[in-house]
Design a protein around this ligand. Structure first.
Ligand SMILES: [Zn+2]
Ligand SMILES: [Zn+2]
Length: 343
């Protein structure tokens, strides 16, 4: 098969490799669309230690079942499917509680670390265990399926955050996760949604996807603007989808007394925050990691149009142009959100 192989820092090679073998519990998938994740772009620079070459990256994809192992009962050749980016073990205590995102033995597709290597979907075929696949509704395209993973990450964050009908929700960071978390908050009944980002083009996309108010905190006084437009300077719940000291501090400052802040981003490993802002205002802060079974809901919400994925796809390119696509994302070309590759 043809595959896009990450061979050295900043280098990708599109070439022939042996077809992957699959076991009794596994499904061979013909990949139709695979999206490039921010973590892939970060990873191919060689700085994260989580894409040790050679590795076929890609954990956000949609495709068609080509063949199944003898124990597989939930799929048949020809099925249109997507799959979880996390290969969880389905056996450990966390998995048995349904908290598969916290699986003790989890591996991520398309990731290689000193501890594990699992080839991903930037190839004509990928192999996944049967318990991580989900059938696609007819209304969901393969390109949209390639965005199910970030959609589910955003939906998970919204799901674990208390959001009541008509609440004010603020989202810090209008990248893809923030924009999906925002849409998830709307599904839960948020009345007013405020989105904050330093890039105007992202704020424009947030408005297109339903944000009631967008604010660039570098040029506007955030609380004054919230007070002016929605009549309150703070939000009932805040979703933080960046993960730097500046953005987390902003998120906590926007959370009302007794309110909830959910942290999704973790770009900066360690930050300083004001303990008094948290303790004396009795904030509840929680972390949100990956996806714990929200794929089905994300697929149905995209199929029904209540969550939109298509506006986030900036470009669709052939897999053979993978190097070009990665380089464009690495350069940070303006207006580029998501690139989907087609094998
Ligand atoms: Zn990803
Ligand atoms: Zn497990």
């Amino acid at each position: 098969m043809k595959a896009l192989i990450h061979t050295a820092p900043l280098k990708l090679e599109y070439r022939d490799v042996p077809d992957p073998l699959f076991g009794d519990d596994e499904v061979l998938v013909r990949v139709k669309a695979v999206a490039i994740c921010g973590s892939d772009v970060h990873g191919y620079t060689g700085s994260t230690g989580r894409r040790i070459p050679p590795i076929i990256m890609g954990h956000e994809a949609g495709g068609i079942v080509e063949a199944i192992g003898r124990n597989v009962q939930n799929a048949a050749a020809g099925d249109r499917i997507t799959f979880d980016s996390t290969v969880f073990c389905n056996q450990c205590p966390a998995c048995r509680q349904g908290r598969v995102n916290l699986c003790a033995n989890r591996k991520v597709l398309g990731v290689s670390t000193p501890a594990f290597h699992r080839d991903g979907a930037m190839a004509e075929y990928v192999v996944v265990p049967w318990w991580i696949i989900y059938r696609l509704p007819d209304a969901v395209s393969f390109e949209e399926a390639a965005l199910i993973e970030p959609a589910s990450v955003g939906l998970h964050a919204a799901r674990i955050t208390p959001v009541d009908v008509n609440d004010v929700v603020a989202v810090v960071g209008a990248g893809q996760i923030g924009l999906f978390a925002m849409q998830g908050a709307r599904v839960k009944g948020a009345g007013k949604i405020v989105v904050l980002d330093v890039k105007e083009e992202r704020l424009a996309l947030a408005r297109k996807l339903g944000a009631d108010l967008t604010i660039n905190p570098t040029s506007t006084d955030v609380t004054a603007e919230m007070q002016r437009v929605i009549g309150r300077p703070e939000a009932d719940a805040v979703l933080e989808a960046v993960g730097t000291e500046t953005t987390v501090t902003l998120a906590l400052s926007l959370t009302k007394q007794g309110g909830d802040a959910t942290l999704i981003g973790n770009v900066t490993p360690r930050i300083q925050v004001s303990l008094q802002d948290i303790v004396l205002r009795e904030l509840t802060i929680r972390g949100s990691c990956a996806v714990a079974g929200e794929y089905r809901a994300a697929l149905d919400l995209i199929a029904s149009g209540r969550i939109q994925a298509k506006p986030m796809i900036s470009r669709v390119m052939p897999l053979s142009k993978g190097q070009e696509a990665f380089d464009a994302l690495h350069r940070g070309e303006p207006g580029l959100m998501k690139i989907v590759l087609q094998p």
